[in-house]
Design a binder for this molecule. Structure first.
Ligand code: FEO
Ligand code: CA
Ligand code: CA
Length: 631
């Protein structure tokens, strides 16, 4: 402890030294030719992924846009010279047999064919499959949760919906798959009735796969074999695989359940997951599935990563249990140099852990079918950080170390069902709410958004989580040795520590402007040059809007964050995702007008219609006249 305090206070002073050391370390890496291999890796055919640029692009400086000032108002704002087009809003029909959205006449049937509520993760997969087109593709969007007080006349609370409205509420969850096209005038358009369009909801037929599938602990009336399962909800972030499927993370699923669970046989597990006896939503009032007295095993069906094939609307989504059960923010997939699939994911809760998965099988670039079940077999690891700048990945394997019958594990399935407990026993490092974890394809390093942890005490601080009562979050950089993501030992560095410019304990490039500071990094994306685009959730605690900041990650301008976008009041910004050419940036504006009401919202973005509440929407950002976003 006593060693940590001065470190924080002197952050600004030592920054120049860190920078100098970093530049020489990177030059050394380049001398070894590792930079080149990282670049090659990144080219591994990620459809719609953030492909790496050619040499000429890298040479150009990169984030020359005019920085947007801080502010907080009812409107969305983007840097000068850029356009934000509203592409899809809650209630927009995806099929022509539903009428135009009318918030006074919603029905479950209508909602099941409309764009859902609270868009979060966005994945863009170019059409045709395997191409790197940037003007036509499938947009796959999570609808994380609802806010009935903003959706219905009378502003009901979450737990006050009648059965019909609860069903409607359910249909507003899940995901949308929508074909979109860019027209000749540069405007994007959803394709109504596209054969790919699909709504996935909490009632969609799904399957559990991998080591926990078929576990007797999963048996319910809807799942007599512990394999069949229904639906997904609480979908926060996600990822696009190199074989063109979508991963979606089930996060805050505890809110949907209620009922006494003392006789469930899962008391320890459910308590650890935040389950409560009382109703916090309406589903548990009207449907036995979410009443833990009636269906005690149901909570074990959620908290997974679900893989969806957006190219086959009839496909049955798969819950990939090998990735573990916890509050998944998302899952980011990367192909290691040896062909094994790496998936990174964070457990988004205070003091929870960071995870990595390495597949047993190898990716085959020209054989999609062979890749479709790669996420069923492999090894899951949790992360233990050391203050000396190293990081150990601890394999979570039944029978190894403490993961034995004496500690209540009878199979690998149990290790995955009780993932948090297993990571506790392995002494993984409790983190400050891990949200997005993504690999930068330009340098092969891993970036971890840690959003906050107000409950951390001074005695609990450590290298990667250096602040007590951490309200603002930080970003870590993980460095695999020789670019090898399957290694069990990485090194790590602090990339930035968020918060108001100049506040104690913050760490940015010393030259950030008055508008360059941010708070609560949540989601992220990399453009084709490897610049980091950071989306936030929580900046309003400082009376400034959430939004997007961008920075370079290498060289003199490392961590020189610049504000690019502001959300309307009440909203957080999620999902940012670039088309392969980095000329279109899709963004999710989630919960605009939050904490107000249907009748008196603090904003009516994006319709500005007195009869319309604010609507969560996906916007697409383009540069006036075309060109790379950020230039
Ligand atoms: Fe749904 Fe982790 O934010
Ligand atoms: Ca998030
Ligand atoms: Ca969030």
């Amino acid at each position: 402890m006593s060693e940590k305090q001065p470190k924080q206070k002197n952050t600004a002073l030592i920054f120049a030294d860190i920078l100098a050391a970093r530049i020489s370390r990177r030059q050394a890496l380049k001398g070894l030719g590792l930079g080149g291999s990282a670049l090659m890796l990144a080219g591994c055919g990620i459809p719609g992924g953030n492909n790496v640029a050619g040499k000429n692009d890298v040479a150009a400086g990169s984030l020359t846009f005019k920085e947007l000032p801080h502010g907080l108002d009812p409107h969305l704002a983007v840097a000068q010279g850029y356009n934000a087009q509203v592409l899809l809003s809650w209630g927009d029909p995806l099929f022509s047999d539903v009428p135009e959205f009318d918030p006074y006449a919603q029905t479950p049937d209508r909602q099941s064919k409309q764009f859902g509520y609270n868009n979060d993760f966005i994945g863009f997969v170019p059409l045709p499959l395997g191409s790197d087109h940037s003007d036509q593709g499938l947009l796959v969007v999570n609808h994380e949760y609802t806010r009935p007080s903003m959706m219905y006349p009378g502003s009901p609370g979450r737990h006050q919906l009648d059965k019909e409205k609860s069903l409607n509420d359910m249909m507003a969850h899940g995901l949308s798959v929508v074909e979109i096209r860019k027209k000749a005038d540069g405007q994007w358009q959803p394709v109504l009735d596209s054969a790919y369009n699909r709504r996935i909801t909490p009632l969609t037929e799904m399957q559990m796969t991998g080591p926990a599938a078929g576990s007797s602990r999963l048996i319910t009336s809807d799942s007599p074999d512990g394999v069949r399962t229904l639906g997904t909800y609480g979908n926060c972030a996600g990822g696009v695989t190199p074989w063109g499927t979508i991963l979606t993370g089930e996060e805050n699923v505890d809110f949907y359940f209620a009922g006494d669970f003392t006789d469930s046989g899962e008391q320890e597990n459910y308590q650890r997951f935040g389950m409560k006896t009382e109703h916090r939503g309406s589903w548990s009032r009207h449907f036995e599935r979410w009443d833990m007295r009636q269906t005690p095993a149901e909570p074990l069906h959620v908290g997974w990563v679900v893989e969806i094939d957006p190219f086959d609307p009839q496909s049955v989504p798969k819950k990939r249990t090998v990735l573990g059960r916890y509050k998944h923010e998302g899952a980011y997939v990367f192909i290691n140099h040896d062909g094994h699939v790496v998936a990174y994911s964070g457990d988004d809760e205070q003091f929870e852990y960071l995870y990595k998965f390495i597949s047993k099988g190898k990716y085959q670039q020209d054989n999609r079918r062979a890749n479709m079940d790669l996420l069923d077999d492999g090894t899951l690891y949790c992360a233990r950080f050391s203050d000396d700048g190293t990081l150990t990945w601890l394999p979570m394997v039944f029978g190894q170390g403490p993961l034995t019958t004496e500690n209540g594990f009878n199979s690998q399935g149990d290790v995955l069902l009780d993932c948090r407990k297993a990571a506790d026993l392995l002494a993984a490092t409790p983190m400050d709410r891990p949200e997005d974890v993504e690999v930068n394809p330009a340098n092969g390093q891993v970036y971890v958004m840690l959003t906050n942890n107000s409950r951390r005490t001074a005695a609990q601080t450590d290298g990667p989580n250096p602040r007590a009562k951490n309200r603002d979050g930080q970003i870590l950089e993980l460095i695999p040795p020789d670019g090898d993501h399957s290694a069990e030992r990485f090194s790590w560095e602090m990339f930035l520590i968020a918060g108001r410019k100049g506040a104690p304990g913050t760490q940015y490039h010393p030259d950030i402007s008055e508008n360059g500071w941010l708070a609560n990094p949540d989601n992220c994306a990399f453009d084709k040059l490897g610049n980091l685009w950071i989306a936030t959730d929580g900046a309003e605690q400082h009376q400034v809007a959430d939004g997007i900041w961008a920075c370079e990650v290498e060289g003199e301008r490392r961590a020189l964050t610049k504000r690019f976008l502001r959300t309307p009041v009440g909203a957080e910004l999620c999902g940012p995702f670039f088309t392969p050419d980095s000329e279109n940036l899709f963004c999710s504006v989630q919960h605009p007008g939050d904490k107000s009401s249907f009748e008196k919202p603090t904003t009516r973005w994006p319709d500005y219609d007195p009869n319309m509440p604010p609507r969560p929407s996906v916007v697409v950002i383009t540069k006036d006249g075309g060109g790379r976003v950020g230039s």
